[in-house]
Design a protein around this ligand. Structure first.
Ligand SMILES: O=c1ccn([C@H]2C[C@H](O)[C@@H](COP(=O)(O)OP(=O)(O)OP(=O)(O)O)O2)c(=O)[nH]1
Ligand SMILES: [Mg+2]
Length: 179
């Protein structure tokens, strides 16, 4: 097997907070480099916050960076990113922020300044040109989705607030629909 010999992509970075560490990969081969919070914060169950990371970057055109959760925080504390993965556009020059939510039903979660709260994955992204057509070409999947292949877990207590959709999956009816 050949070794991965990809050269790293050069990305300009500016410290908005002069003391913040430059994001670093934990191991060779890691996809994400860790982002820290520059502020201490405590989140009650269900609470969310927008945490500053102290860095802004200039990605080359044709790239984007994605703010992903850290699995350890998710497993231990129930911490999630509301918009996971957050998208950092190549043209964005502002401070990267992380939108966290404490999904633990009982315990609050506390962060100190410079705790690692998320990871940044930089990827090439394609631009597309849309060509409108009346009919799309056929495929094996066609319009099947949302559990059409079966094998998904049963939802306890499902029924209230849900309707059976045309292709066999439940659709949630929002209270705010039409408002
Ligand atoms: O987790 C995130 C997501 C986004 N951003 C920054 C970088 C991104 O380029 C910009 C806009 O993000 P997005 O397009 O997701 O937000 P929007 O609500 O669509 O805002 P806009 O109207 O400014 O595009 O906000 C972050 O710092 N962290
Ligand atoms: Mg946007």
């Amino acid at each position: 097997m050949s070794q991965n010999t990809h050269a790293p992509v050069d990305v300009l970075i500016r410290r908005v907070d002069p003391e913040v560490p430059i994001p670093a990969y934990g191991h060779p081969g890691d996809a994400g480099c860790d982002l820290v919070t520059t502020v201490a914060a405590e989140l009650e169950p269900g609470e969310r916050a927008v945490l500053p990371t102290g860095v802004s970057i200039a990605l080359p055109d044709g790239y984007a960076a994605f703010v992903h959760p850290r699995s350890g925080l998710a497993a231990r504390c129930g911490l999630a990113l509301v918009n996971a993965p957050g998208t950092v556009d190549a043209g964005y020059r502002g401070e990267i922020k992380v939108i966290v939510v404490n999904l633990d039903p009982r315990e609050s979660v506390r962060f100190e300044r410079f705790d690692r709260i998320a990871q940044l994955v930089v990827q090439r992204v394609e631009k597309v040109r849309f060509h409108e057509v009346a009919e799309l070409p056929g495929s094996a999947r066609a319009d099947g989705g949302f559990g059409s292949t079966g094998g998904h877990a049963a939802v306890a207590g499902s029924g209230a607030g849900q309707q059976q959709g045309g292709n066999g999956y439940a659709s949630v009816v929002s209270d705010r629909e039409g408002q």
